[in-house]
Design a protein around this ligand. Structure first.
Ligand code: F6R
Length: 614
């Protein structure tokens, strides 16, 4: 949510790297974008509403020929609006009272109103409605000759979250960056230092990175990097190597990142599974969980927390833990959980699900659970992310970078990781070795089964053509497939802007059926899971109201295929793994509907990846 880039070098122009970085980070927000560039004549600022491409065009005009070469240090930002409309005035960078300092920020300054009032009393005049501008003024006000300590001084007065980068005409050659609650990574190149909200904007230059921790403030010059805490004590952070390269974050011939990521799922899940199954004893090897058999056996309840797609994966987890491990489990929306004064303690295992590992609501729920003494683990995709670090135990998804705003491969990888945890827990309890072996073998088959669904992309597109004009849709599923129905509805809402609702198949007749008409397609999840026959009954109820039904049906299930108007076949698998195979068909359906409706698939309206505000 909001992307920050900073670039510092002795002799290379910062303009190209800043714009490249913004393009890479655009998935974090795309309401407006801006840069501040430092050269011999001071700082120049360029801002534009809309996508980064518009800023690109503005800079090409403003800095023709060799003009861009004059600027070797700069900061840049792509915004997801929190305070104030997406206007040029509200776009970052913002400047201090005398205009000499430029600052970009990701996060929310909660006490901005009080800080603004204090500054106004001393004569400050603000040009925007943002909380960020207050911070630019505050640092400027504390700057009595040392920008590093002035930034620390200002940040000590800030309540809320921030990733910030700033430069000042009064301190040529210096860039200060800091983080609390919003990620910031420093890329340590041979001839340049690149700062960004995530490594995707850095890997084109270097794979050597420093992940700043909350409370870190760094001073970057072309000669080196110095890190301190907010109270100005020296801090040392190790340089780590990123384990993927630029190819992983390019479209690789696909029209959209979303399609690429849907098609990457066989490989992504192979990576999630690799080295984690013990097919002899029918269990999983999850050393990152760092729990002894005794500790696992002592778990009395599991709470799975997450938001959006991650919450839906967590809801699948409930069925897995209860069916495979006989442990009661409850999925909880992270923000609701956090503010409900949750009853959790040492007998409870709280599992936080987050692709980004930075979602503010999930992070807050993690901290609340740790405070209350629960065992807390995480399933994150982004290595070194805040949630992964703060929980200290968990299972990395290893699904590779997810760039599309709509999450796809993270969902299937999360369900897979939950299934392996349930297998492991089950084997400390009543799950037999034979059943464990059977599940482990089926898990190994999943990448191939996904390929079989992907092979039907054309058929799914043809079905999507029939229904692409619908304004409302329903998705129904039963038991373990109910959360998948929610996920199918979420995908089509967010990328195709179709109003869609996911329901338990049995619940439709208790009210929502009133909405069914010829123009209201129903997508019925009919994989072979307990209760499928009942769902077929619900399908009949829909068709009796003239609603057309699209069935996601197990191959060879002629009865289910005959009961629906259109069929997408998926391969047979165990009920525990049916959400994974089913959801791939729903992802493709949503993708094709969105494409036929001409939607901006990778950057849907009003959304951004990695929601770092509460
Ligand atoms: C939907 C989507 C969001 C995220 C949610 C949580 O396609 O991407 O609903 O799932 O914002 O994000 P993470 O998993 O990063 O915590």
């Amino acid at each position: 949510m909001c992307g920050i880039v900073g670039f510092s070098s002795k002799d290379t122009s910062a303009v190209g790297p800043l714009l490249n970085g913004l393009h890479r980070l655009e998935y974090r927000g795309y309401d407006s974008a801006g840069v501040a560039l430092e050269g011999a004549e001071g700082i120049k600022i360029y801002k534009q509403t809309g996508k980064v491409a518009k800023l690109d065009a503005l800079l090409k005009k403003a800095l023709p020929g060799d003009e861009a070469q004059k600027f070797t240090i700069g900061i840049a930002h792509t915004r997801w609006a929190t305070h104030g409309l997406p206007t040029v005035a509200n776009a970052h960078p913002h400047v201090s009272g005398d205009g000499s300092l430029a600052l970009v920020h990701n996060g929310i300054i909660e006490n901005h109103a009080a800080l603004r009032a204090g500054l106004e009393k001393r004569g400050a005049k603000f040009l925007s409605q943002t909380d960020t501008e207050v911070l630019a003024h505050l640092v400027g006000a504390f700057d009595k000759g040392d920008l590093f300590s002035a930034t620390c001084e200002a940040l000590r007065r800030v309540e809320g979250t921030y990733g910030v980068a700033l430069i000042s005409e009064k301190h040529p050659g210096e860039m200060i960056v800091a983080r609390k609650g919003s990620p910031l990574v420093i890329g340590v190149g041979e001839n340049e230092t690149v700062v960004a909200s995530d490594v995707s904007a850095i890997v084109a230059y270097t794979r050597q990175v420093i992940y700043l921790k909350d409370g870190d403030v760094a001073r970057i010059t072309p000669d080196g990097i110095e890190i301190r805490s907010l109270d100005f004590a020296s801090v040392s952070r190790e340089v780590q190597e990123v384990d993927w390269d630029i190819g992983s974050i390019e479209k690789g011939g696909y029209e959209h990142f979303m399609l690429k990521e849907i098609f990457e799922q066989p490989d992504a899940l192979q990576n999630t599974i690799r080295g984690r199954l013990d097919s002899r004893d029918g269990t999983a090897i999850l050393s990152g969980l760092n729990l002894t058999p005794r500790e696992l056996a002592a778990v009395r309840r599991i709470v799975v927390i997450g938001c959006g797609t991650s919450l839906h994966a967590g809801m699948v987890g409930k069925y897995l833990f209860e069916n495979l491990a006989d442990i009661p489990a409850s999925p909880e929306q992270a923000a609701e959980f956090r503010y409900s004064n949750p009853i959790v303690g040492p007998d409870d295992l709280v599992i936080a699900l987050s692709q980004s590992g930075e979602t503010a609501d999930t992070l807050a729920a993690v901290r609340e659970s740790i405070r209350k003494g629960a065992l807390v683990a995480s399933l994150c995709n982004v290595v070194g992310s805040t949630i992964a670090r703060e929980t200290g135990r968990g299972v990395y998804l290893h699904a590779g970078p997810e760039i599309s705003v709509a999450s796809t491969k993270a969902f299937t990888a999360q369900v897979m990781a939950l299934c392996m945890i349930a297998l492991k827990l089950g084997r400390t309890r009543r799950l037999s070795r034979e059943d464990g072996i059977q599940l482990a073998a089926e898990i190994e088959r999943i990448p191939e089964l996904i390929k079989a669904v992907l092979a039907q992309s054309k058929t799914i597109e043809q079905i999507a053509e029939k229904y692409a004009k619908a304004n409302d849709m329903f998705f129904i599923g039963r038991g373990i497939l109910y959360p998948t129905a929610l996920e199918g509805a979420l995908k089509i809402k967010e990328i195709a802007y179709v109003h869609a609702e996911g329901y338990q198949a049995a619940e439709l007749k208790h009210g929502p059926i009133a909405l069914l008409r010829e123009e209201t397609p129903v997508v019925a999840l009919l994989a072979d899971v307990p209760g499928k026959e009942k769902t077929l009954g619900n399908v009949q109820e829909c068709r009796a109201r003239r609603a057309p039904v699209i069935g996601i049906v197990t191959e060879g299930d002629a009865a289910a295929a005959a009961a629906v108007d259109d069929t997408i076949f998926i391969p047979r698998t165990l009920p525990s793994l049916s959400p994974i195979v089913t959801v791939v068909a729903l992802q493709l359906f949503a993708y094709h509907v969105a494409r036929l409706r001409g939607c901006e698939i990778d950057q849907p309206r009003n959304l951004a990846k990695s929601v770092t505000v509460e």
